[in-house]
Design a protein around this ligand. Structure first.
Ligand code: ZN
Length: 79
């Protein structure tokens, strides 16, 4: 087995949308807990469809360490 090289990728980083449930892909309600200049840095989320509670910080759901991520994603493409 070769060692993992997580930074070695030609795809841009995929960030999670905090308004999209990480468990079912449904619509999240969210409560902002930290922000900077009008941009949300961290928020608590709660799914309106399945009731899944999660925490989103700096582009990622905490639950994605334990479950397969089903939320919508976005990335910063060049240009
Ligand atoms: Zn859900």
């Amino acid at each position: 087995m070769k060692p993992l090289t997580p930074k070695k990728s030609d795809k841009p980083t995929q960030y999670h949308c905090y308004d999209s449930c990480n468990k079912c892909g449904g619509v999240n309600s969210f409560i902002m807990t930290d922000s900077l200049e009008g941009h949300i840095l961290e928020c608590k989320t709660s799914c309106r469809d399945c009731g899944f509670n999660d925490y989103w910080a700096h582009g990622f759901f905490e639950s994605s360490q334990e479950i397969e991520s089903k939320c919508k994603k976005y990335s910063f493409d060049r240009g």
